[in-house]
Design a protein around this ligand. Structure first.
Ligand SMILES: [Zn+2]
Length: 479
């Protein structure tokens, strides 16, 4: 019998908030069991040679959309498989009732066990869910969701108010299948989350916010469409400009400060949006407001995508300018932005089509989480390896009650990690991503520094571009 199940030998181990150490890392029963300068290979059942490689805590991809456009079980299998390519070992996925997903409404007490059953046994990574209360009755279920299912994060979409984008009509309730969905509904959710927070002092209960202001979107979209209705991603950006993000951030943080609720400001896309967060933090003092951006808002710009053509890069909020991307990189480096996620939503090229406004929003990117941060963040812009581990893993783990299990490499933490070859240079193709999605807006982007081995719960599940074994991801209860 070996003392350890698995040994990661000879690598540079990256510790968030600390730095890099030259160490061997041993795993027993799915947990990190030892970190030491030299652990003998003979002590382990399996050895991963990490000489010349970088060992990072498995990423916690905190913004994901399993089952939004396809059945949950298929998405769970194919899209968490894609996560392994990018070094993510946990995904936290958004789910709501209404159009898409299960295309129905009802109580989460009835629906959420169905969601869990569909994903169970199909996920390559560990997984959890953020849930969006679309009805007043669902707001009343929050204490049940915390206590029974360990769900500690919820969501509100600022832009569904009065505007159904899927049908391109002004009838949002046909889309949400919910109650009046306005700032009043948001206020009720914020109050309830704050109330339930009081009963769980050891946890961080939070509301995630998609910040775009729909009344302004209505005006700007009508204006773009009346001026020749160009079918470009630049037009999409002009129809939902950064001003709509800024105003929505102001509205949401004002209410959250009043109720004392912790919030997560999702997928900030522009300089204006992140500066609105800086201002909101100043004005609101101690309020807990965490900031997220995405790989695509860091990496892509609408003119670049329009030059290639197609609508594969349509997403909410829209892809902005190169200057916005650089502003987000600066704020990711200086600590203003807390984490980077993929906002992965598997969406086929056919669902995009050739018409801008009916095209479905969203696309996949989880396969690129560490490659983008390593190549564009560390190599190109000088972010430290510890900082990219904070952005990809430690900070989302802390925000969503996974710290102590996920987010770092320390004895007793889950053995979730990825071994990155810092010299491996690859050009993004859909095939490389191991996703069900048949296209990628990142296609053609060259990145240096890719995972060559990804370990989930002590099991090697990805090696040299291919998955290994069977999905063994577990549901991550967070309370
Ligand atoms: Zn999303």
């Amino acid at each position: 019998m070996s003392r350890y199940d698995l040994l990661i030998k000879g690598g540079t181990v990256v510790l968030p908030y600390h730095g890099e150490i030259r160490a061997d890392l041993a795993v027993s029963e799915g947990k990190v069991a030892a970190i030491a300068h030299d652990i003998a290979a003979a002590e382990a059942g399996e050895v991963v040679d990490a000489r010349g490689k970088v060992v990072l805590p498995g990423a916690v991809d905190a913004h994901f959309h399993l089952g939004i456009y396809r059945d949950l079980a298929t998405d769970a299998f194919e899209e968490t498989r894609s996560s392994l390519v990018g070094g993510a070992t946990t995904v936290l996925s958004y789910f709501r009732t209404g159009s898409h997903y299960l295309d129905r409404t009802g109580s989460y007490e009835e629906i959420f066990p169905e969601v869990l059953a569909a994903v169970s046994g199909r996920s390559w990574t560990d997984y959890g869910f953020h849930l969006a209360p679309m009805t007043v009755d669902q707001i009343a279920e929050i204490p049940y969701l915390v206590a029974e299912h360990g769900v500690t994060s919820f969501k509100y979409y600022m832009f569904y108010k009065g505007f159904d984008l899927a049908a391109n009509s002004r009838d949002a309730r046909a889309f949400t299948m919910g109650d009046e969905y306005d700032l009043g509904h948001l206020y009720l959710i914020l109050e309830q989350v704050a109330r339930v927070q009081d009963a769980h002092p050891g946890l961080r209960l939070s509301l995630s916010l998609h910040c775009e202001q729909s009344e302004l979107m209505r005006v700007f979209i009508d204006r773009v469409r009346s001026q020749g209705d160009p079918q470009t991603l630049r037009a999409y950006h002009e129809g939902r400009p950064p001003l709509t993000e800024r105003v929505a951030i102001g509205e949401a943080t004002t209410l959250a400060n009043h109720t004392g609720t912790s919030v997560n400001l999702l997928h900030l896309s522009s300089r204006e949006a992140i500066e609105a967060v800086v201002l909101a933090r100043e004005v609101n003092g101690a309020a807990d407001m965490r900031a997220e951006t995405t790989l695509h808002h860091l990496c892509l710009d609408h003119d670049g995508l329009d030059a290639v053509g197609g609508l594969g890069g349509k997403v909410n909020p829209p892809i902005r300018t190169r200057a916005d991307g650089e502003a987000l990189w600066q704020r990711a480096a200086d600590g203003t932005i807390d984490w980077v996620a993929s906002d992965h939503a598997c969406c086929m090229e056919a669902e995009k089509g050739e018409r801008l406004w009916p095209a479905r929003p969203g696309f996949g990117g989880t396969a690129l989480l560490y490659p983008v941060l390593f190549s564009e963040g560390h190599l190109k812009r000088g972010l430290s390896l510890a900082r990219i581990a904070e952005l990809a893993s430690a900070n989302p783990a802390k925000a969503y009650n996974l710290w102590g299990r996920k987010g770092s490499l320390a004895v007793g933490f889950d053995a979730d990690l990825t071994v990155v070859d810092p010299e491996l240079a690859q050009t993004v193709t859909p095939e490389l991503c191991l996703s069900g999605q048949d296209h990628s807006p990142f296609e053609g982007v060259g990145l240096t520094g890719w995972p060559v081995t990804t370990v989930v719960g002590g099991q090697v599940r990805f090696r040299d571009g291919a998955v290994v074994g069977e999905p063994s991801g577990r549901y991550a209860r967070r309370a």
